[in-house]
Design a protein around this ligand. Structure first.
Ligand SMILES: Cc1cc2nc3c(=O)[nH]c(=O)nc-3n(C[C@H](O)[C@H](O)[C@H](O)COP(=O)(O)O)c2cc1C
Length: 197
């Protein structure tokens, strides 16, 4: 059972990662995007699966609130058969270890609630990598991860674009500046707090 915990599930990078996972997973998968109303239904469905894969983005060094809300529902749900929980997380920054705290949050939840914890894949540069030639690198890692999940090996994997930090930051600025320009917004405006309003 693949659960997409991104707040923008239908258009998310997590959806694309979930698709790559399904393609190379040797056991059958079913995909479920999280919505505001399907939490209880998903808890019930979980009973029929050996494994649950949580695919989600890093939000402010933690897990997105959509996923947090789902875990709250799951906490109160008496699941008689608890599937093994694995994690595929992606973040915007280059370093896969940015995701460490969020992974610890899920691991702690599993420990407290009695869910066996499975494999982890941490993806750095997860917003960018899929539209670059480095996509092949992440696809290979997802294949390895899918093998680990389907065989219950409980591996901890990581991947990112193989670029020096400076080059990654420069390329990111270029990308966001072009994006801003298309929407009539300057670098200065993007750097100001008013951008949040
Ligand atoms: C509100 C918000 C907070 C974010 N916080 C972080 C962060 O703390 N660290 C990071 O590396 N990326 C952060 N990101 C970037 C996302 O993790 C990244 O864009 C990811 O690819 C989004 O995945 P999704 O399309 O599956 O939602 C943040 C993005 C948003 C919108």
């Amino acid at each position: 059972m693949i659960i997409n915990g991104s707040p923008r599930a239908p258009k998310s990078n997590s959806k694309k990662y979930a698709e790559l996972f399904s393609k190379c997973c040797t056991i059958p998968t079913e995909y479920y995007p999280l919505t505001n109303t399907d939490h209880l239904e998903l808890c019930k469905s979980m009973e029929g699966f050996t494994d649950v894969l949580l695919v989600f983005p890093l939000y402010v060094d933690g897990i997105p609130v959509t996923l947090m809300d789902f875990l709250k529902t799951l906490e109160g749900y008496p699941c008689p058969h608890k599937p093994r929980v694995s994690v595929l997380i992606n973040c915007g920054f280059l370093e896969p270890e940015q995701n460490d705290i969020a992974v610890k949050m899920i691991r702690l939840f599993c420990k407290h609630q009695g869910y066996p914890f499975g494999s982890v894949l941490r993806i750095g540069s997860g917003e960018a990598i899929l539209t670059t030639p480095f996509k092949a690198i992440v696809a290979r890692k997802i294949k390895k991860f899918a093998f680990s999940v389907s065989t219950g090996r409980n591996q901890s994997l990581r991947t990112a674009m193989p670029l020096p930090k400076k080059m990654f930051v420069r390329a990111s600025w270029g990308y966001w500046e072009r994006y801003g320009k298309r929407n009539g917004i300057t670098r200065e405006q993007m750097s100001a707090m008013e951008i949040e309003k």
